[in-house]
Design a protein around this ligand. Structure first.
Ligand SMILES: Cc1ncc(COP(=O)(O)O)c(C=O)c1O
Length: 353
């Protein structure tokens, strides 16, 4: 608390990211990072970029990177916006496209940064409850709104919605922006980018933090109609003209090009997820359907917070959410290497007795 703060700072409730512990030798399954490391070609490209040219500002428009992303997704570069992690992209999206008189709609259980952006930018919001099975029901979003945003697959549940349902929502909701946050889409979900040429109100947000294993680099992007992208650029150029440094642009470009590394590491994560789900079900867990690099699981006889604490005593960190109470029994577990997941299951067997 300080008398020097502006009014808005007094009222902010900031986002609390998952813990990044300083201890070594932990099995860290709490922040949905990729266990396999970035593309070796991306690492090489970044090393090359650490050179005398760092005295010069980077390309403010990240043109080469946007062209590469555009080519990857079969769109044009004017349909692509890049930012310093998808969190920054999302912040600009709330500011540029979702701040209207009517409330923005998002699920009651979802990425907890969305209400934080609403607080920061003074945006009214309304939450739409997940159904009994913790699934998003897009039919319930067909009501007056200032915009709609949801992750696909959803976080922290991991559950996907079908592309056909998104298409139906877009057909019904033509007067406000619909944002699909596809942070985890590459682990088994169909992207809505295929719909952007048909629906000018659709914006799809991606990150290189998860499927391209570059959480530490901070690169995210949005794909949509050129007019939406222009709105985002207006906000970006009123905030920070150079969100991506030279090293980030070079690394992200090479990571987008290295299709082979991307395909093989995503396939490994998906295979390990399948195996982990089967093993958890075998020891009595209920696991929600997941199309992400994490799962959301509960044990009918055990408390979520107690299980999380017991795992921590065994140097295994998973994420637990106390609120809302409906999800308090669950653990959110990132898919690690096969070996990490084996350690997790052995620890849980021991804890459950
Ligand atoms: C649903 C969702 N969207 C966006 C992000 C932000 O990712 P980043 O800022 O690393 O690109 C996350 C991070 O965990 C997420 O879970």
């Amino acid at each position: 608390m300080s008398k020097f703060w502006s009014d808005i700072v007094h009222d902010l409730t900031p986002y609390v990211p998952g813990e990044q512990p300083k201890l070594a030798n932990l099995v860290k399954l709490n922040t949905n990072e990729n266990p396999y490391g970035p593309s070796p070609l991306a690492l090489e490209a970044m090393r090359r970029e650490v050179a005398d040219s760092l005295r010069l500002y980077p390309d403010p428009g990240s043109d080469l990177l946007r062209q590469e992303i555009a080519q990857y997704h079969g769109v044009t570069a004017v349909q692509v916006f890049v930012g310093n992690g998808s969190d920054e992209v999302l912040a600009h999206v709330f500011h540029a496209l979702l701040k209207h008189d009517r409330p923005v709609l998002f699920p009651d259980i979802t990425y907890s940064f969305y209400p934080v952006y609403c607080g920061l930018y003074g945006i009214a919001h309304e939450t739409v409850p997940l159904d009994e099975a913790f699934q998003i029901q897009l039919r319930q979003y067909q009501k007056p709104n200032g915009g709609i945003i949801f992750p696909n697959p959803n976080a922290p549940t991991g559950s996907p919605v079908a592309l056909a349902d998104i298409e139906r929502l877009l057909e019904a909701n033509t007067e406000s922006v619909v944002v699909v946050d596809e942070a985890y889409v590459d682990f088994g979900c169909e992207s809505a980018i295929s719909l952007v040429d048909r629906f000018p109100q659709l914006l799809v947000v991606h990150t290189l933090s998860k499927s391209r294993s570059l959480a530490g680099l901070r690169v995210g992007y949005a794909v949509g109609n050129a007019a939406l992208i222009e709105g985002l650029n207006r906000v970006k150029d009123s905030f920070n003209s150079y969100p991506l440094g030279r090293v980030a642009q070079a690394g992200a470009l090479a990571a987008m090009r290295d299709r082979q590394w991307f395909d093989s590491t995503c396939a490994k994560v998906v295979a390990t997820r399948r195996q982990l789900v089967a093993e958890l079900v075998a020891i009595g867990f209920e696991v929600l359907p997941s199309a992400a690099n994490f799962i959301f699981a509960r044990h009918p006889q055990r408390d979520g917070a107690a299980l999380t604490a017991a795992l921590r005593e065994r140097s295994i960190i998973v994420r637990h959410f106390k609120n809302p109470s409906r999800i308090a029994p669950f653990l959110r577990i990132t898919i690690g290497t096969e070996q990490q997941c084996t350690s997790l299951v052995s620890a849980l067997r021991e804890i459950l007795g």
